[in-house]
Design a protein around this ligand. Structure first.
Ligand code: ADP
Ligand code: MG
Length: 655
């Protein structure tokens, strides 16, 4: 398959075959021909030096050989496989299993130890953890760095760093080693050592291509290719004597490593990268922590205040209907005389009504012995305790018989007991004078505390409505009727029925019916609004935290462009880089989320201890945590994508 190329003998069995490869750069209006129709074949097992002056196109050629860059025109095949058509990840995989790179400036990851640096290409090649660790250690040991496995690059000399780089280039056992001015930054002794290493690699059967502008360095190689202005101007020709027999050939593509291992490695690297910039990481974390903690604490406090209000309302009875005299909207007053006992009796006949309590109240001076006080005296019936959920704790309550017979008996509240019997005497059987009319105390009610309006509900005396009407109130109109529904769910229906019934009896709407369910609904709505508001404020702070994460990730990607280039050169594909940076963002957010949840729970517990009710429940905590993690994913994705789609050559060339 001879195509009459200008240089060397062309045979189809070549390891590397370039045909008419050009690489042009647009520099403003001018076109820079960094490579100009280069045709070149390299056999397996060769040791080639590419020489030329600075700017002649050596690095460009190397980048194309190493599949880091794509030619503008021409064909390139490795071991017969055309590779100019490969996509990004195809090239990454090819790099990973075929090439080992060595650079003038070593390009080691500063935050990783020597051993970890060497392991890097093996991670991307999918080698198991134990295996690659051992392999890296063995390689470093062989290169005389057995004592230096745990050292970071900054603790190594230039020569040592370059040997770490050589070990890294070898860890995937590549068929081809590419070295771009590997001795350029080294003193002559270290440089000679590195060249000797390369010679050994070639002797082991690897194809070695080394770029240099140093004649002495080039002297180690068995073939010299000179380039100038992007063209090959001299080629000493193929010479594979002594190494050709056992020459390594590129490996076939092998399976990827397990995803668990890959994740583990990504997390480890993320934690390390975050540690490098501790202060910055802490500030970013703080954003997430504050966001999550405020969501957790705010929602707990919101729930607490809602529950408190609900409890207060429920204490008033939830299946209760209140009928007041006076048209709806008119302020109830004792002078409005529209409701009667007969109305109450009629309401009691309705379905879904369990109990009806007519009530007439007035304020009277009550006297016992030498003591007198102003007390609210309420005429009521035997169902008062049941409907108002107000138990008798001493003696007994009013009976149906008491009501029927207009018995002069009274049940007193705790304040009345305290005021009239301050020395702890038993009030049962004693006689109170209300408007000078004697009432025998038959029972004492439990303490009820202050009403929502602040009045003392325990400063009260209950007497049978019948007795009260005749002896005290004089008139038979009621100050209200309280009805208790059987089925809470039908309370709206019952309210309608009561309204209809009273309309029929009164012919005009001179009464108002209210049910506490609608009141509860209103209070719940208000509290929910409050909760949503608190939640929104908290969510905004979480969002701000997320933007902080994104900001820091963008900076991180920019700062670590070179690292990204190194990772790509060592075989990382788009997904690996994406995973790497997304993992960093997620690690920040998961850590921030956990600390934030702990802080939020702490704040809620603290609030409880200080008397502000807060209810912690799992859903808001899970929600806040999930939000934090998705914030990480969401805001980490864009910078990670940016990193993953960088051009390896540009990334490597960055400062
Ligand atoms: P060498 O490695 O031999 O010093 P290079 O291969 O780096 O040379 O560069 C060859 C030519 O291509 C130089 O003239 C250089 O300015 C140009 N060149 C290299 N990379 C770029 C680029 N990204 N954009 C524009 N011109 C470039
Ligand atoms: Mg160069």
């Amino acid at each position: 398959m001879s195509d009459g190329a200008a240089t060397g003998a062309v045979s189809s069995g070549a390891l590397i075959s370039l045909r008419g490869i050009s690489r042009h750069y647009a520099a403003g209006d001018a076109l820079v021909r960094a490579l100009d129709e280069v045709t070149l074949e390299i056999q397996a097992g060769e040791f080639v030096a590419i020489m030329g002056q600075s700017g002649s196109g050596k690095t460009t050629l190397m980048n194309i050989l190493g599949c880091l860059d794509r030619p503008t025109a021409g064909n390139y095949s490795i071991h017969g496989e055309e590779i100019t058509t490969l996509d990004r990840d195809g090239r990454a995989r090819l790099r990973s299993r075929t090439f080992g790179f060595i650079y003038q400036r070593y390009n080691l990851l500063e935050s990783a130890t020597a051993q970890e640096n060497v392991e890097l290409p093996a991670i991307y090649a999918g080698l198991a953890k134990g295996e690659r660790g051992a392999k890296a250690a063995a390689l470093l040991d062989k290169l005389g760095l057995g004592e230096r496995l745990g050292n970071r690059p900054s603790a190594l000399s230039g020569g040592q760093q370059q040997r770490v780089a050589v070990a890294r280039a070898l860890v995937n056992d590549p068929a081809i080693v590419l070295a771009d001015e590997p001795t350029g930054a080294l003193d002559s002794k270290s440089g000679a050592e590195v060249m000797e290493l390369l010679r050994q690699l070639n002797a082991e059967g690897r194809t070695v291509i080394v770029i240099t502008h140093d004649e002495k360095v080039a002297g180690h190689a068995r073939r010299q290719i000179h380039i100038s202005d992007g063209k090959i101007i001299k080629d000493t020709g193929c010479d594979t004597q002594g190494a050709a027999s056992g020459s390594k050939l590129p490996r076939e593509e092998v399976g990827e490593g397990g995803p668990v291992d890959e994740m583990q490695e990504a997390v480890k690297m993320a934690v390390r990268a975050l540690r490098v910039n501790k202060f910055r990481t802490i500030l970013t974390l703080l954003g997430i922590i504050i966001g999550v903690a405020s969501v957790v604490a705010m929602l707990a406090i919101g729930d607490g205040s809602k529950q408190k209000v609900l409890d207060q309302i429920t204490a008033m009875g939830t299946n209760i209907l209140m009928i007041r005299p006076g048209a709806p909207g008119v302020r109830p007053s004792s002078s409005i005389s529209t409701l009667t006992s007969d109305d109450a009796t009629a309401i009691a006949e309705l379905p879904n009504v369990r109990a009806v309590v007519p009530e007439r109240s007035g304020s009277y001076t009550v006297r016992y012995g030498q003591i007198d006080a102003s007390v609210s005296v309420n005429g009521t019936n035997h169902q008062m305790s049941l409907v108002n959920d107000w138990d008798v704790v001493e003696g007994s309550g009013l009976t149906e018989m008491d009501v029927k017979r207009m018995a002069p008996v009274a049940v007193i509240g705790q304040t009345v007991k305290k005021n009239f019997f301050p020395n702890g005497e038993n009030p049962i059987g004693k006689t109170l004078l209300v408007k000078n009319i004697p009432f025998e105390i038959i029972g004492v009610l439990e303490g009820k505390g202050a009403s929502p309006m602040g009045s003392d509900r325990d400063n009260v005396v209950f007497v049978p409505l019948t007795t009260g009407t005749v002896r005290l109130f004089g008139r038979s109109y009621l100050s209200g009727i309280t009805a208790q529904a059987v089925d809470m769910a039908k309370i709206e229906q019952t309210e309608k029925e009561i309204t209809a019934l009273l309309m029929e009896r009164h012919k005009t709407e001179d009464f108002a019916v209210r049910n506490s369910a609608s009141f509860i609904q209103m209070a719940t709505d208000t509290q929910n609004t409050l909760k949503v508001l608190l939640g929104a404020v908290a969510a905004i702070s979480l969002l701000v935290g997320g933007i902080g994460v994104m900001n820091i990730m963008l900076v991180s990607v920019t700062e670590r462009t070179r690292e990204i280039g190194v990772r790509m050169a060592t075989g990382a594909c788009t997904r690996d880089i994406l995973l790497q940076f997304v993992t960093e963002a997620v690690v920040v957010c998961v850590t921030g989320g956990l600390v934030g949840v702990a802080l939020g729970v702490g704040i809620a517990l603290g609030a409880n201890a200080l008397g502000t009710r807060a209810i912690l429940s799992l859903p808001p905590i899970l929600m806040a945590f999930t939000c934090a993690v998705s914030t990480g994913l969401l805001f980490g994705y864009l910078p990670a994508r940016k990193a993953a789609h960088m051009d390896p050559v540009t990334a490597l060339a960055s400062e």
